[in-house]
Design a protein around this ligand. Structure first.
Ligand code: SF4
Length: 216
């Protein structure tokens, strides 16, 4: 039974990986939105550096960023790649939040989940994953962002269909697990440490006995 197996997988991952303290829902959805836009198509380290540079130069508020010079935003984002595009998006999203959402995301975040996801995705640069990250990390909503690790690992573990798209992976995982935050973080940890894209370390993997793709 997949639900029994998924419980055992989760239990084992909870024993092996310590969930970082910063996983508790954070309070500033706008900062999370900007950090997530910066993190698109780059490594976590580069994204962190770029966000830190941007935060050192500007207050991360819709008003400040909407009025900031695009070239100065670009300078801060260079380390994260696609910096011209991201700077444009950040200015545009800041202006829309400022002018159309009273300068904050709270109203959107308090909508019913699917409505909130849809409304967030109407903002420039916000796709499904970014919307889910904001909803999960800024307001603790029950949705599982599917990044490259979550997608790969959940398929290898046989938790979701191999051909599933973003929505298929997200909804299948949400049917299996209650704690969206823990599942998101634990699958990422497993993907980074053991279930690597090219050479998965099946022999050392803590859930190899529960995995149909185990090659050890
Ligand atoms: S056993 Fe191998 S394929 Fe399965 S989750 Fe572990 S590392 Fe990935």
């Amino acid at each position: 039974m997949i639900s029994e197996r998924s419980k055992l997988i989760l239990r084992k991952l909870c024993e092996v990986f310590v969930l970082p303290k910063q996983t508790l829902p954070k309070k500033n959805p706008f900062k999370i939105l900007i950090a997530t836009i910066i993190s698109q198509n780059t490594s976590s380290r580069n994204a962190r550096n770029a966000f830190e540079k941007l935060s050192n130069r500007f207050k991360i508020t819709p008003k400040t960023l909407a009025n900031a010079s695009e070239s100065k935003i670009e300078e801060c984002l260079k380390v994260a790649g696609l910096y011209r595009k991201k700077a444009k998006i950040i200015k545009a999203v800041s202006r829309i939040v400022l002018e159309e959402h009273s300068g904050n995301l709270q109203q959107i975040l308090s909508l019913p989940l699917e409505e909130a996801r849809k409304t967030l995705q109407e903002l420039p640069g916000v796709g499904s994953k970014t919307a889910d990250v904001v909803l999960l990390f800024a307001s603790g909503r029950s949705t599982i962002p599917v990044d490259t690790h979550v997608n790969r690992v959940s398929k290898r573990l046989g938790l979701v269909q191999h051909e599933a798209n973003y929505e298929g992976v997200r909804t299948s995982l949400q049917k299996l697990f209650e704690d969206s935050l823990a599942v998101h973080l634990l699958l990422i940890s497993l993907g980074r440490k053991y279930c690597k894209a090219r050479n998965p370390l099946c022999r050392q993997c803590p859930v190899n006995m529960l995995c149909p793709s185990n090659k050890s």
